[in-house]
Design a protein around this ligand. Sequence first.
Ligand SMILES: Nc1nc2c(c(=O)[nH]1)N[C@H]1C(S)=C(S)[C@@H](COP(=O)(O)O)O[C@H]1N2
Ligand SMILES: [Mo]
Length: 189
Amino acid sequence: MRQTRTAVATPMQSSGGGRGIKDLRKEMPTFTPKNAPPFDPRIWRLRVGGLVKEHLSFSIKQIMKMEKAKLECDFECVEGWTVPRNMWEGVRLRTILEAAGSLPEAGFVMVIAGSFSTCIPLEKALKDENILAYSLNGSDLAFEHGAPLRLIFPQQDCFDSVKWVNNLELLPEYRAGTGKTIALKRIGR
Ligand SMILES: Nc1nc2c(c(=O)[nH]1)N[C@H]1C(S)=C(S)[C@@H](COP(=O)(O)O)O[C@H]1N2
Ligand SMILES: [Mo]
């Protein structure tokens, strides 16, 4: 059974005065945009294309058999909340990208989940800490947190940690993704 995670806001004393409250949460809050792509494990694939030596497509079973990686990190959203110490488990983004092999002209990777996307320099994408996660804090990742597979890209903005990733596209140049605009619009910015 999947756990339903609810947001628990725990007001904390801030040392710096000002507004005086830091929005520290115990669990990742849940919000599922209406356009979240549906997940059917029988037909779901992660596709890797664009400037790669080999176009690849993985089932979630295949991904779960690949070398596992764990990452403990805080998750901070531009909205102002933080969830400390999440334990993510999955496969390194690097493992998937190296399986396809990037062509020398590739400079960026577009991480795509349906109409939500973010464009990352390949050099940053290949760092060991970036995980395509299928597990959070010891449980299967819940759909609202991006199952079957979500990126955790700890050195970037919250909207770069794309949920429901189903496509990686290697590009020669930077092309703006839609994620930042979608995420900022949601919080009225
Ligand atoms: N596909 C997709 N991924 C997404 C988003 C989204 O709207 N769609 N929102 C981003 C933002 S702004 C945040 S803060 C986190 C929230 O993750 P959570 O829903 O697991 O708490 O997901 C990120 N990844
Ligand atoms: Mo966010």
